[in-house]
Design a protein around this ligand. Structure first.
Ligand code: GLA
Length: 389
């Protein structure tokens, strides 16, 4: 597959400027949006994400020095280098480089070949928007290292697991597999129904007559070490009370008849009902029933707001505006980890201009805002750019 993007020019010209030669490989790793199935992945449940057009480009080439030397075009060409010797450590001054350090360190733990490289990264995925800009970085860098140093073909799903471990063990966010798998394995015009107990996924075709609309609330989220990890702990506490290994094993009936109370009850109720909604949503998508999918997305939002308690007043307002404008024709919900970020809507192509105008008028009060529209896109791709030295 070929890497095509206006960002590739930015990355190539920065690479030439800073490293005075051409990169060997270009990698394109997309962001993702989750249609439904939130905070279910680390509970061994189901999710229904797809890759999106916003993406990250990584240009890479060997440098024959024992350092990883990175330039980040989106951070005003910030530059950071770290030695390749074990152990790779975290950066106090440039935490953005921890995503690269984490992936590099996981390659070393897995005894996969590595070496010194020059890297340029450029991205069109808004940061802190819940569209997995960090997963795209990790997956993209993992693919770039694999392509540069490995003789064997490393499966995209394995690169996703390496990227997830970098996030869990190095960066410190106890996330599930959804973001990395969607970025690595996304399929054009399809959503992926992922069973996070086995990481197996099925493709679900996206209907031709509907589109996705993703709107950034403008509230930036940060997850690392905060509310996200706390939610995960609360789910584990619920499992201990229910005497199950994961919430995948619990039914709504088990929850209603259990000793769960307070936050643990609410968190478990969200996860178990969300799994059910996600399976129904995948069926609805398969049958082309976007109205049913919309209803399930609306119900998911209520559950995230009232039971999992991860929405914000701005997000709730934006969802209400979208739902009111879309009516019975589709639906809308917050997407991603929560506490800010984006809202995703599904709606017929025929009404998208009207809905977009309503969002600009009622939410952005006529000002500029980030609104992405389109269909599911393909996942990770890699191309050779120039011959090795
Ligand atoms: C973040 C995490 C994912 C997932 C979502 C919530 O995006 O990285 O693993 O848990 O939040 O569904």
């Amino acid at each position: 597959m070929t890497v095509k993007s206006p960002l590739t020019e930015t990355a190539i010209s920065a690479y030439r400027q800073y490293f005075e030669k051409s990169p060997e490989f270009l990698v394109r790793a997309p962001g993702r949006v989750n249609l439904i199935g939130e905070h279910t992945d680390y509970n061994n449940g189901f999710v229904l994400p797809c890759a999106i057009s916003a993406h990250t480009i990584i240009a890479i080439g060997r440098n024959n020095r024992d350092v990883v030397d990175i330039v980040a075009c989106d951070l005003e060409d910030a530059r950071e280098a770290f030695p390749t010797k074990i152990p790779v450590t975290r950066s106090a001054s440039n935490p953005w480089s921890d995503y690269f350090r984490g992936v590099f360190s996981e390659f070393q733990s897995e005894k996969l070949p590595t070496g010194g490289v020059n890297v340029v990264v450029a991205s069109s995925i808004p940061h802190g928007a819940g569209l997995s800009s960090s997963a795209a970085l990790e997956v993209g860098f993992a693919a770039a290292l694999a392509e540069t140093f490995s003789d064997q073909n490393i499966a995209h799903s394995r690169l996703a697991r390496i990227a997830q471990r970098a996030e869990n063990d190095f960066v410190g966010l106890q996330c599930g597999i959804m973001d990395q798998l969607a970025s690595a394995c996304g399929i054009e015009n399809h959503a992926l129904l992922i069973d996070c107990m086995t990481n197996a996924f099925e493709r679900k075709r996206f209907p031709d007559n509907v589109s996705l609309m993703i709107v950034h609330s403008g509230v930036k989220h940060t997850h690392v070490g905060g509310e996200y990890n706390q939610r995960r702990k609360q789910c584990e506490q619920a499992c201990a009370i229910l005497e199950v290994d994961s919430l995948r094993q619990a039914s709504m009936c088990d929850i209603e008849n259990s000793k769960l109370s307070g936050d643990a009850l609410k968190r478990a109720r969200h996860v178990v009902s969300e799994n059910q909604r996600t399976l129904e949503a995948a069926d609805a998508l398969e049958r082309g029933e976007h109205k049913r999918l919309g209803e399930l997305m609306n119900a998911s939002h209520v559950s995230m707001r009232d039971d999992f308690e991860i929405t914000t007043p701005e997000i709730d307002e934006l969802v209400s505006i979208l739902q009111a404008e879309i009516g019975q024709e589709g639906g809308a919900r917050m997407t991603g980890g929560g506490f800010g970020g984006c809202v995703v809507a599904i709606l017929p192509n025929a009404i998208s201009t009207r809905v977009r105008s309503a969002v600009i008028r009622d939410y952005f009060k006529g000002q500029h805002g980030i609104i992405l529209e389109g269909k599911p896109e393909a996942g990770l791709s890699v191309t050779q750019y120039s011959s090795p030295l």
